[in-house]
Write a protein that binds this ligand. Structure first.
Ligand code: MF3
Ligand code: CO
Ligand code: CO
Length: 291
């Protein structure tokens, strides 16, 4: 049997278009970059139109859940209350929180306050105080498709120092998105974000990063935000991954909470911020699917 797809055959992605006007150019580019020695995505990382539509819908739910949290969050609220809101809203919109039971994670959302970097576990004991900054990280499964995004919230009156960390970390996302286009590399995103963070006097967490997403929660590739321009995986239309830098006011080093096995905090105890978007590489740039 001959598996080779001919130019006039229907494209493998299920678009219903002929191969020659659909993925033939992309496949050829990938082949050339691979010959040059670049890291290129496996075909399974290129989402089909049907998959993209599914992830887009999941992203809408994820974004709506965070919008809902932004209306509710306030001084005196426990992070477990945020967890309840996330669970209820996600279910109301037809989704399922992806973190609930994920590798044993016990809650529907991650809530990370001040010097907590990520993977904070909602609790009745964690009460939001005036001046806190918190990351709320939501991941939705809708009809089997995953979307993941997080935002920072400033509780009451935060210091100018904290406000700047939050604002600059949000800006780092936009700087990363500017590099998210076909035939760039993941390292272009990583270096742009790292350079910017350092120019602000901050540091970027190395051990944890973004990830491919869509059919599973965490797919290939790992997305580093301390990587170098022109390195790491080639960006190709149809790839879906997260941009989610964790930016520290002090040093980059982090520690994991040994009691709960999840919560990551800064080693020096200084504050950390993170924003996350799920992004699709399109033919000419990118589309944010969840924010
Ligand atoms: N949402 C996180 C991310 O951005 C992952 C959380 S996994 C959990 O990748 F188990 F900690 F919830
Ligand atoms: Co993520
Ligand atoms: Co996330």
């Amino acid at each position: 049997m001959n598996d080779k797809i001919e130019r006039n055959d229907l494209c493998w992605c299920g678009s219903g278009k002929k191969y020659k006007i659909c993925h033939s150019y992309i496949d050829e580019q990938i082949r050339m970059y691979k010959i040059k020695g670049c890291i290129v995505p496996d075909k399974k990382l290129l989402k089909t139109p049907t998959q993209i539509e599914g992830i887009r819908e999941s992203g809408k739910v994820n974004t709506a859940v965070l919008d809902y949290i932004s209306e509710k969050i306030q001084v005196g609220m426990t992070t477990n209350r945020i967890n309840q809101f996330v669970y209820e809203k996600t279910r109301e919109l037809g989704g399922q929180p992806a973190t609930l039971g994920y590798e044993g994670f016990p809650k529907s959302v991650c809530t990370s306050i001040n010097n907590e970097v990520c993977h904070g576990i909602p609790s009745d004991k964690a009460i939001l105080q005036d001046g806190d900054i918190i990351n709320v990280d939501v991941t939705t499964i809708l009809n089997g498709y995953f979307a993941d995004s997080s935002r920072m919230f400033c509780i009451g009156h935060v210091s100018a120092e904290r406000q700047r960390l939050v604002d600059m970390t949000r800006k780092a996302i936009d700087i990363g998105l500017e590099q998210a286009r076909p035939w760039n590399f993941l390292g272009d995103i990583g270096q742009a974000i790292n350079d910017f963070a350092r120019s602000c006097g901050y540091s970027v967490v190395r051990e944890i990063g973004g990830h491919g997403i869509g059919i599973e929660f965490h797919e290939e590739p790992f997305v580093s935000f301390v990587s170098k321009k022109g390195t790491e995986m080639l960006l190709v239309p149809g790839m879906v991954f997260t941009i989610e830098p964790m930016i520290n006011m002090g040093k980059a080093d982090v520690l994991i909470n040994r009691r709960n096995g999840w919560t990551i905090r800064t080693r020096d105890g200084k504050d950390s911020a993170q924003w996350e978007v799920t992004v699709l590489i399109t033919d000419h740039g990118c589309e944010v699917l969840a924010n």
